[in-house]
Write a protein that binds this ligand. Structure first.
Ligand code: CA
Length: 482
């Protein structure tokens, strides 16, 4: 190496050291029931709320798709389902979009140390290729007695514990459970992801880092230690108000999405468990919040507190009986509206709220922008930097995909939904945030609908083949088309 090359490499490593780190924290199925978003009066999320106070709260943020895999894949590849064809939970992204450069890959290619734990990509085997990370700790489940071996080959299956299912619902299978499991608080699976993050933050890192910590909570099964249930005395828990005729003005495809797993809603109502389920969701949210608090404390007590961008996001929302539906998988506010906070270097104002509609698709270009990474072409989102700097910065609407041909377009005030069969909905979210009154048939809104419809992507990729069409080998992480 010549002296000049040596000085050049010194300068390059100094520049790399000055780049901000990223702590990328996600939760699963957390809707807007957090203190700073006001979705449920009385919810206790002091740690998420304190993060909002030191950053920018995007109060009108939406997922790219209201379901785990398409939402996470869209965020992490920077491209919406109608661009990639990854619309559902059963589609591997890696063999279907082989040239994609994911957000962690792009950080790696730009000199970052990239690590993670828990559920960042979709949680089933085959969705989180090991080449994405310098190091990754796979998810630890709270319900290892339920997890099917072929989907979770790293999971050690155990016999179902006594008392399962813990919610006492009759004949319920699988994940749809809630309650207190026989485990200490520190033994819950998500704590292992937090522990990984704390260990990582306690180490010295030669390069700037991108650290992704993905929590499963408050996703079903909604298990939490007793003390989080005790935050919500049963007689104080409020069931969401749902008008009887709420679905009457919803077109056929919307009815179909809302009817998915309707039997679970019916059973919850029939067995008198609605309030119980709402309470478990609140407990699971507060438990997630407490774990996030541990991680934020760990960051503050580490060497990286001042030079780390914190991004907090949820992959989609969650219905608790609104429109006779539990789960996500709808194009309404309840499913698409999610918490999103960005704090740390790059946020000039702190403790402020932005009301422009934004999308999780915007995170990829935002982080490229804030961290000075090489620009990427063909990303579907746009950088949030203008909103981080200026409350009045202009935005384009957020567009949400759900299965081929179905879209919601959300701007600061309106939500326009168009289904593949032509069915439409229009809601004024300012006066009707619960999407109760479909205004799409009213002639006075024709022009508004046409304006919003312009944002629906012209190019709509067909559905990619699902995983049944591949032989996947977890050991070598290879896919073979059958
Ligand atoms: Ca989810």
């Amino acid at each position: 190496m010549t002296r000049r090359q040596f000085l050049g490499s010194l300068a390059a490593s100094a520049a790399a050291r000055q780049k901000p780190n990223v702590l990328f924290i996600s939760v699963d199925d957390m809707n807007d029931w957090i203190g700073c978003l006001g979705g449920y009066n009385g919810v206790q999320t002091p740690n998420i709320d304190r993060l909002a106070k030191r950053g920018v709260l995007f109060a009108n943020a939406h997922c790219a798709a209201p379901l785990c895999n398409p939402s996470r894949t869209a965020l992490l590849l920077g491209q919406r389902p109608s661009t990639t064809g990854i619309y559902d939970n059963d589609q591997y992204w890696k063999p279907n979009v082989p040239n994609a450069v994911s957000l962690p890959m792009h950080f790696r290619a730009n000199g970052y140390e990239v690590a993670g734990a828990g559920k960042v990509f979709h949680h089933v085997a085959g969705f989180n290729p090991p080449d994405q990370w310098d190091d990754f700790q796979l998810q630890v489940f709270d319900d290892p007695w339920y997890r099917r071996d072929e989907w979770y080959p790293w999971n050690k299956k155990v016999p179902a514990p006594e008392g399962h299912p813990f919610n006492g619902l009759k004949n319920f299978q699988g994940e749809f459970d809630w309650g207190v499991i026989p485990a200490e608080e520190r033994e819950y699976g998500d704590q292992k992801a937090i522990d990984y993050g704390l260990r990582f933050l306690n180490k010295e890192h030669a390069k700037p880092f991108f650290l992704a910590i993905g929590l499963w909570h408050p996703h079903i099964p909604m298990f939490a230690p007793q003390k989080y249930f005790d935050l919500y005395p049963p007689d104080k828990v409020k069931i969401p108000y749902t008008p009887d005729n709420d679905l009457a003005d919803v077109p056929a495809q919307g009815q179909k999405f809302a009817g998915f797993r309707r039997e679970e809603h019916n059973r919850i109502v029939k067995e008198g468990k609605w309030r119980d389920g709402v309470r478990a969701y609140l407990a699971a949210i507060s438990f997630a919040d407490a774990m996030i608090g541990r991680l934020l404390d760990g960051l503050d007590n580490s060497a990286y507190g001042r030079n780390t961008i914190v991004v907090f996001w949820s992959d989609n929302g969650w219905h608790l009986g609104e429109k006779q539906h539990w789960h996500k998988s709808t194009l309404w506010q309840r499913s698409t509206h999610i918490p999103l906070i960005i704090a740390g270097p790059g946020t000039r104002q702190t403790g402020v709220t932005r009301t422009q509609a934004v999308s999780l698709l915007d995170l990829y270009p935002t982080l490229v922008d804030l961290c000075g990474l090489a620009k990427r072409e063909n990303l579907d989102g746009i950088s949030l930097r203008p909103q981080l700097e200026n409350a009045a910065a202009r935005r384009q609407p957020a567009v949400i995909d759900f299965m081929p041909g179905n879209f919601a377009v959300r701007d600061e005030r309106w939500r326009y939904i168009r289904y593949a069969d032509g069915g439409e909905e229009l809601y004024d979210e300012r006066s009707d945030p619960q999407d109760w009154k479909n205004l799409s048939a009213e002639p006075e809104h024709a022009l508004r609908k046409a304006e919003l419809a312009k944002w629906i992507p012209k190019r709509q990729a067909p559905m990619q083949p699902d995983r049944a069409e591949f032989d996947f080998d977890f050991r070598t992480h290879t896919y073979k088309r059958k």
